[in-house]
Design a protein around this ligand. Structure first.
Ligand code: ATP
Length: 328
C-alpha cells in the first residue's frame, strides 16, 4: 500500500447510466473537499479523459443532485480507450492536469479499462460499482439495481391490475442481457407466476405446466417475467410460445426497456452511493489504490481491480425451491 498525499482528485462516470450516479459523485466531491483536496470532474467517461474534458468541482457544483437520475458528468463508451495509444493520450492529459488519483464509477467493462491502464501507467484508480444488472463480482449490490428493481416491480403491479380485471396473461420483459437479477428480483417482489432468467435453461414444457396449473387453480391473471437475454428469446417469443400452448387466452406483452435506467434513485441507492463515494475517498487517503469498494454481508470491503469480473446470479437448488413454492 503506497501512501501518498493526494492534492487533486478526479471523478468520472463510465458505461451505461444508472440511478444513483449523481448521489455518488456528490459524496466523492464532498468527502474530497472535506479532506482539503481539489476536485475535478472528468466528463464523458474515458472519451473525456483522453480529450481533457475536465471541469473544476466544488461543494456547490454537487448541490441539489442527490435526487436526480442520470449523471451530471455524462457518460460514454470509448473504443479508442481500448487501444494503448488511447490510454497513453489519457495519461498525458492526467499529467498535464496534475491529477493524483481517479475515482471511477463504472461497470465491469469500465474496470477492464482501468485494469488495462494501470498495467502501464502509474495513476491510481478506485472503482465504485454501478449497474442496474447487479452483475459485478466483489460486491453483493451495485448502485442502480435497487431503483431499477423498484421500477420493474411497480410496472408489474400496474400490469397486474389489467391482467386481473380482464383475466389475461402478460409477459413482462425486463433488462438483463446476461444477468437475471432484475427479472429475479422483480418477479419475486411482483408475485410473478414464472420467472425466466439467462442463468437457467428455458423449459417450454415447464412453463406450460406452471401456466396450466395456475389457470386450473382459477387464478384470474398470470404474469411471466422474462429477462431480455433469456434464451427463450425475450417477451415476444415467450408470448408466441404461450399462445401456442393456450390458444384461447389473450397474451399481452410489455417490454419495459430504458425506463428501468432512469428516474429518481431510491433511498437505498442514494445511501449506497453516498457510502461508496465516502469510502472510496477515505480508502485513497489511507493509501489504498487500484481496488473497488463493495458491500458484502452488509460490510464495506475492497477487492483488487485485477480480481473484478462479471458475476452471475447463483441459481442454486434452494433458490429454485423457494421460487417453485412461491410461484405455485
Ligand atoms: P455497463 O455495462 O453497466 O453499461 P460498463 O462499465 O461495463 O457499464 P462498457 O461499455 O462495457 O460499460 O465499458 C465502458 C468502457 O470501458 C468502454 O467503452 C471502453 O472504453 C472501456 N473498456 C471496456 N473494456 C475494455 C478493455 N478490455 N480495455 C480497455 N478499455 C475497456
Amino acid at each position: 500500500m503506497i501512501k501518498q498525499r493526494i492534492k487533486k482528485l478526479a471523478v468520472m462516470t463510465s458505461g451505461g447510466d444508472a440511478p444513483g450516479l449523481n448521489a455518488c459523485i456528490r459524496a466523492v466531491v464532498r468527502t474530497a473537499i472535506f479532506n482539503k483536496m481539489k476536485v475535478i470532474g472528468i466528463q464523458h467517461g474515458f472519451e473525456g479523459l483522453m480529450s481533457g474534458d475536465f471541469i473544476p468541482m466544488d461543494a456547490n457544483s454537487v448541490s441539489n443532485i442527490i435526487q436526480l437520475g442520470g449523471t451530471i458528468l455524462k457518460s460514454a463508451r470509448s473504443e479508442q480507450f481500448k487501444t494503448k495509444e488511447g490510454r497513453l493520450k489519457a495519461y498525458k492529459e492526467i499529467r498535464k492536469e496534475n491529477i493524483d488519483a481517479i475515482v471511477l464509477i463504472g461497470g465491469d467493462g469500465s474496470f477492464e479499462g482501468a485494469k488495462a491502464f494501470i498495467k502501464k501507467h502509474d495513476t491510481p484508480f478506485i472503482g465504485i460499482p454501478k449497474t442496474i444488472d447487479n452483475d459485478i463480482s466483489g460486491t453483493d449490490v451495485c448502485i442502480g439495481y435497487d431503483t431499477a428493481l423498484n421500477t420493474a416491480m411497480q410496472a408489474i403491479d400496474k400490469i397486474r391490475d389489467t391482467a386481473q380485471s380482464h383475466e389475461r396473461i402478460f409477459v413482462v420483459e425486463v433488462m438483463g442481457r446476461d444477468s437475471g437479477y432484475i427479472a429475479y428480483g422483480a418477479g419475486l417482489s411482483g408475485g410473478a407466476e414464472a420467472i425466466l432468467v439467462p442463468e437457467t435453461k428455458a423449459d417450454d414444457n415447464n412453463l406450460e405446466q406452471i401456466l396450466r396449473q395456475g389457470w386450473n387453480r382459477n387464478k384470474s391473471s398470470l404474469i411471466i417475467v422474462v429477462a431480455e437475454g433469456d434464451e427463450s428469446g425475450g417477451a415476444l417469443k415467450v408470448a408466441d410460445t404461450v399462445k401456442k400452448h393456450m390458444p384461447s387466452h389473450y397474451v399481452g406483452v410489455c417490454i419495459l426497456g430504458h425506463i428501468q435506467r432512469g428516474g429518481n434513485p431510491s433511498a437505498a441507492d442514494r445511501i449506497l452511493a453516498s457510502k461508496f463515494g465516502f469510502e472510496a475517498v477515505e480508502a485513497l487517503l489511507k493509501g489504498k489504490q487500484n481496488c473497488m469498494v463493495g458491500l458484502k454481508k452488509n460490510e464495506i470491503c475492497f477487492t483488487s481491480l485485477r480480481q473484478i469480473k462479471r458475476h452471475h446470479l447463483d441459481i442454486n437448488n434452494h433458490l429454485l425451491k423457494m421460487l417453485t413454492a412461491l410461484t405455485n
